[in-house]
Ligand binder design. Structure first.
Ligand SMILES: [Zn+2]
Length: 244
């Protein structure tokens, strides 16, 4: 069951997540919002399922509309766009971590979809090729060719690409591509919406606002952080005005 995050939870997520990588931050957010589900289970959600759950958390925390700005590749103008999370959340997909199969180019592949444990365990050094190869090694369960088992290191590029395409099809929420249109020059372009970094920016901004309020009120009145955060935002705003 999803748990509505309080302001204190937001501060806790923020200070915990500051030193974490994005895949681990995502689990920190989910861990706070789904306290009944173990970290192990959350980490085993496919990336698309993880992102669908993050959209649900974001809904509760910030409401159904997301706004952001992006630079138009045509005229370089700043374009503000707003999205409804309902439009971005796809219906729940396949059960987590079942094995899938694909026959292509004479190869029989059995694989599972990438999850947060996989992303967290990718090597830090090395570029996208190293990461992709590490992900393949984790997610491909079996690879057969001409009646025998073969190493995934010998897979033709096309076979790897076919499997990547099949993975994206099976977990469409994992890669959310949006088409934006520039309000100034009409140019359309595509962007990938990364809910983890989008939500993190919002959480960090909210945490900083809260700390500012605590700072102002603690300085003006000598109150403890705990009491200040227990007040309603309206009351805090009123005291801040009075405190000058
Ligand atoms: Zn433009």
């Amino acid at each position: 069951m999803i748990h509505a995050l309080a302001e204190l939870d937001v501060l806790h997520i923020w200070e915990t997540g500051l030193s974490q990588s994005p895949p681990v931050r995502a689990l920190t957010v989910l861990g706070a919002a789904f306290p009944d589900i173990s970290r192990e289970e959350l980490g085993a959600l496919t990336i698309g399922q993880r992102d669908a759950w993050l959209f649900a958390v974001r809904d509760l925390l910030f409401g159904p509309t997301m706004t952001a700005t992006a630079a138009c590749p045509g005229c370089q103008g700043q374009v503000e766009f707003s999205l409804r999370t309902d439009d971005l959340r796809l219906p729940e997909q396949a059960a987590p971590q079942q094995a899938h199969t694909l026959s292509t180019g004479g190869y029989e592949l059995t694989f599972r979809l990438p999850d947060s444990h996989d992303l967290h365990n990718l090597p830090d050094d090395g570029g996208p090729d190293t990461a992709r190869s590490a992900l393949l090694h984790r997610c491909v369960l079996e690879c057969r060719h001409a009646g025998g088992s073969v190493s995934i290191d010998v897979l033709p590029e096309q076979v790897v690409e076919d499997m990547a395409a099949r993975m994206a099809e099976l977990d469409p929420q994992a890669e959310l591509q949006l088409t934006l249109r520039c309000a100034h020059c009409g140019q359309p372009w595509q962007v990938l919406l990364d809910i983890v970094s989008f939500l993190w920016v919002e959480i960090a901004a909210k945490a900083r606002r809260l700390l500012r309020e605590v700072h102002d009120l603690a300085r003006a009145y000598g109150w403890h952080e705990r009491y200040i955060l227990a007040m309603s935002p309206i009351r805090r705003a009123a005291y801040r005005e009075l405190g000058g």
